[in-house]
Design a protein around this ligand. Structure first.
Ligand code: GLN
Length: 465
């Protein structure tokens, strides 16, 4: 089976069919069921769509993604298909409508193979929080694939699909991309519609692609991006033309402070320095830059994201949405038991934290203060983009860890140390698989650009690495 979309397109030109490609992908998914990457395959709708695409290819009017086989994370709605956010709360819930991204991708002739496992309600960094069991990393099944979009990353890394949709609230596309040796792209906040994405933290969430190459990720982005009247947070700014030509000599900043922290893998640091030397030798300007408020980023993210989650998840009460306890009598008990039975421990922890930081008496000390820190961080990051085209750093401090190795929630939250800035500020950011550790596992470098410089970021990622 063709690994990348470009290869799949070449195969089509040689007379291969989309139906055959889809059948091969279904077989590959079946053969690798032990990864637990997919919660469900959609053979019926996938093969129907594939046959339609084959007909359009024959008629010469196929869309730009004809030949692409894709998976979607289990928090993205697809009409008449189940979506559960990997939670017991939404077990057997069927979507009444499709997310805007799903509509756009199908209209461009992509085939959706199935829905992928993830951390419950996208909360986590290892894909061990799913109500349907953990996902294994296809490169080494004893380690995690990262999270929360772990199934998405695994579905690409295992060669089952050409690309996958994930969501990134604090790093959930880029960290699993780093752990699985794939490309993971989080677009600028407001570039891709969130309509039909089950909300975790609405001012942070963005949908984005996983792929084997930047060009494939860019092809998906181009179809998905743009204003959507159904999501008022999408930007009406005109879409910048996507041009993957070499962007010329760039000004690149790198975060040196973060590299000296305890817990940084020395091989990841050495790799970054080697890449910086190469970029300098190629004529780019490379300078160290201070990370704004590094030690405040993760706490700020966890105050604001949990506050938003506690509000967004209030709708899952057994009456409006979600699992209803069979034991409950009366309204209050229905809320209490349904939520106690439906949510897993990490989701409960986040709801409690978020409710606490929003409660009267603590609001000013936590929530309002964190909003101020977010504003300062945004201003300082935008200032840095007056001097630099790109900011470069590691995606994660380490390579993928063993299942069960990280049990302390705070230690798990520190996985996000390099990724949350992009979500707090709204910048586009991409993780590229540039390194291989002596332990045999891959790791990524992360590039960030100014808000709405997505096209420039993709061009730099495509040509410089
Ligand atoms: N690891 C982060 C969290 O647990 C990020 C999650 C995400 O991006 N969805 O909140």
């Amino acid at each position: 089976m063709a690994k990348t979309f470009s290869e799949a397109r070449a195969a089509l030109a040689q007379g291969h069919s989309v139906v055959a490609g889809t059948q091969a992908a279904l077989a590959a998914a079946e053969a690798q069921q032990d990864l637990n990457a997919f919660l469900e395959l959609f053979p019926h709708s996938a093969l129907e769509q594939a046959a339609r695409v084959d007909a359009r290819l024959k008629a010469g009017d196929a869309g730009p993604l004809a030949g692409l086989v894709l998976s979607i994370k289990d928090n993205i709605c697809y009409k008449d298909h189940k979506v559960s956010a990997a939670s017991r709360m939404l077990q057997d819930f069927t979507s009444l409508y499709s997310a805007t991204v799903v509509e756009r991708l199908l209209a461009a002739d992509a085939v959706i193979l199935g829905r992928t496992n993830c951390d419950e309600f996208a909360m986590g960094s290892s894909n061990e929080n799913s109500a349907y069991g953990p996902v294994k990393n296809p490169l080494n099944t004893s380690v995690v694939p990262g999270g929360s979009s772990g199934g998405a990353a695994a579905s690409v890394a295992a060669g089952i699909v050409h690309a996958a949709l994930g969501s990134d609230t604090g790093g959930s596309i880029r960290q699993p991309a780093s752990f699985t040796g794939t490309v993971g792209f989080k677009p600028t906040y407001g570039r891709v519609s969130r309509y039909g994405l089950i909300a975790f933290a609405s001012s942070f969430d963005q949908i984005g692609p996983f792929a084997h190459t930047v060009a494939d990720a860019a092809a998906l982005y181009q179809v998905m991006a743009g204003a959507d009247p159904r999501d008022s947070t999408t930007s009406r700014k005109a879409l910048e033309p996507l041009d993957l030509a070499h962007p010329g000599k760039l000004r690149i900043g790198y975060f040196h402070e973060g590299l000296e922290r305890a817990g940084m893998d020395p091989e990841v640091v050495a790799h970054l320095h080697a890449q910086l030397d190469r970029l300098r030798a190629e004529g780019h300007t490379v300078e160290a830059v201070e990370v704004p408020l590094l030690d405040h980023q993760v706490p700020t993210y966890y105050i604001l994201a949990t506050a938003e989650a506690s509000s967004n998840l209030a709708r899952f009460d057994g009456i409006h949405f979600g699992h209803r306890s069979a034991k409950a009598q009366g309204v209050e008990e229905t809320y209490r038991l349904s939520r106690s039975e439906g949510f897993g421990p990490e989701v409960k922890r986040r709801i409690l934290l978020g409710t606490f930081v929003l409660s009267a008496g603590y609001y000013d000390a936590y929530y309002a203060q964190a909003q101020r820190v977010r504003r300062i961080l945004r201003n300082k990051t935008l200032e840095a983009f007056e001097r630099f085209d790109l900011l470069l750093g590691p995606t994660c401090p380490t390579t993928a860890f063993a299942h069960g190795a990280v049990t302390d929630p705070v230690a798990m939250y520190l996985q996000d140390i390099f990724t949350v800035q992009a979500n707090l500020v709204g910048t586009p950011s991409i993780s590229l698989p540039t390194g291989t550790h002596s332990n045999g596992l891959p790791f990524g470098l992360q590039l960030m650009a100014a808000p709405f410089a997505d096209a420039r970021l993709l061009a730099a990622a495509h040509n410089l690495f």
